[in-house]
Design a protein around this ligand. Structure first.
Ligand code: NAD
Ligand code: MG
Length: 390
């Protein structure tokens, strides 16, 4: 029986994870669940999955949850705050940690899980973008197992034998092809992009996801973050990570080998597939996702991304090239810009402009420890906030 902690259990990935776990009560049980503020949802999850611990973002939210649990006679221990997140991510009782908090807030607990040798199911790509070398070092030092949940990286993992994942170039990998749907604005007149609302931006044509990643998909910053994520997970330089637009979202990514073979993983756009894969690996379990119907899909198409339409993708390649703290700076500026866009304080096109201005103003510095990453993150947030008209 594997004991699982789900960081961000009320989110899109968190809920999909619980859906898969519920299908296999003989294999998995829940050690801890966490959420920022959705107390009612977390209470319902506690009633169903009976975790030993539940963590919320504030004392007030924790008090509310405690009352709801007491009323039902449930004995889940209620905690709050970052230290509690790190504790449930590294507790000896837990074997696997689903890292599904959105944004930089997930870094500390994800790192705690990696340092304590857990099986880390990584959805929180921002953590790896911010601190790639530190997280990978922590995984290597503790013997933790890092399983990619992001559908593209999970697809690549499936198309690359485990023996070659740390040294793919020595094992005949030529490049990886990261597929991207292109989001809701792939075909929209570029000159009208400054007028799109956040409601239009979060209406992803293929995936149902949290709001932040949905906006990231519309700007293609999501793919940019994924290029950096792939760089760390699969030890490949930027020039061997190619983004291919594939609007049907059937091919989740591909690996191209020197002998001319290109291996792909195909499936429906449903996160329960990579979640089930990562939970059970190297075994396979049912996920609730039906197989794709190729006859009905009939056609798969591919095209090159346009950096003029999607400047965020270019910014991410630039950040990867610059190295050091540049990806953390870019990520922080993006989080601030996306939130400002979701709050209708800036227009869609201002997102990439704001990130570029912060990146220009903050030269990349070497990343030596996690404190230096957080310092750069804080500084970039302050700068980005100061650039937003009040
Ligand atoms: P979401 O917004 O639906 O859920 C986020 C979760 O994190 C919620 O449980 C929320 O309570 C928690 N959270 C938010 N802010 C927090 C904070 N400051 N401290 C602690 N917890 C906090 O997001 P999502 O779509 O599930 O995405 C989660 C992560 O997975 C992101 O990093 C995203 O990029 C990645 N991801 C998501 C998908 C997807 O299909 N949704 C696919 C690939 C990768
Ligand atoms: Mg993805």
């Amino acid at each position: 029986m594997q004991q699982i902690t789900i960081l961000g259990s009320t989110g899109s990935v968190g809920v999909s994870t619980l859906d898969v776990i519920a299908r296999h009560p003989d294999r998995y049980s829940v050690y801890a669940l966490t959420a920022q503020s959705k107390v009612e949802e977390l209470a319902q999850q506690c009633a169903r999955f009976k975790p030993q611990v539940a963590v919320l973002g504030s004392a007030e939210a924790a008090k509310k949850l405690q009352m709801l649990l007491d009323a039902q006679g449930l004995h889940t221990q209620v905690e709050y705050g970052e230290a509690a997140l790190c504790a449930v991510a590294s507790a000896p009782e837990c074997d696997s940690v689903m890292a599904a908090i959105v944004g930089a807030a997930g870094l500390a607990p994800t790192l705690a899980a990696a340092r304590s040798g857990k099986r880390v199911l990584l959805a929180n790509k921002e953590a790896l973008v911010m601190s790639g070398p530190l997280l990978m070092e922590a995984v290597a030092a503790s013997g933790a197992i890092l399983m990619p949940i992001d559908s593209e990286h999970n697809a690549i993992f499936q198309c690359m034998p485990a023996t070659c994942q740390r040294t793919p170039l020595e094992h005949g990998v030529e490049k990886i092809l990261l597929t991207a749907s292109g989001g809701p604005f792939l075909k929209r007149d570029v000159n009208t992009l400054d007028q799109v609302s956040w409601q239009e931006a979060v209406a992803h044509p293929k995936w149902v996801m949290g709001r932040k990643i949905s906006v990231d998909s519309a700007t293609m910053m999501n793919k940019g973050l994924e290029v950096i994520e792939a760089h760390w997970l699969f030890a490949l330089p930027a020039e061997r990570i190619e983004v291919v637009i594939h609007p049907q979202s059937v091919v989740h990514s591909m690996v191209s080998y020197v002998d001319g073979s290109v291996l792909a993983q195909l499936g429906n756009p449903d996160m329960r597939t990579p979640i089930a894969h990562a939970l059970a690996y190297p075994e396979r379990i049912s996920s609730g996702v039906p197989a794709i119907d190729l006859i009905q899909i009939a056609q798969l198409s591919f095209e090159r991304p346009d950096f003029l339409r999607f400047p965020c993708l270019k910014l991410a390649y630039d950040a990867l090239q610059a190295g050091g703290s540049a990806p953390a700076i870019m990520n922080a500026a993006n989080e601030i810009a996306v939130q400002a866009f979701l709050d209708s304080r800036i227009g869609f096109r201002v997102i990439d402009q704001l990130i570029a201005r912060v990146m220009d103003a903050m030269p990349s510095v070497a990343i030596t420890d996690i404190e230096s990453v957080f310092a750069q993150d804080r500084c970039a947030r302050e700068l980005a906030n100061s650039l937003i008209p009040s």
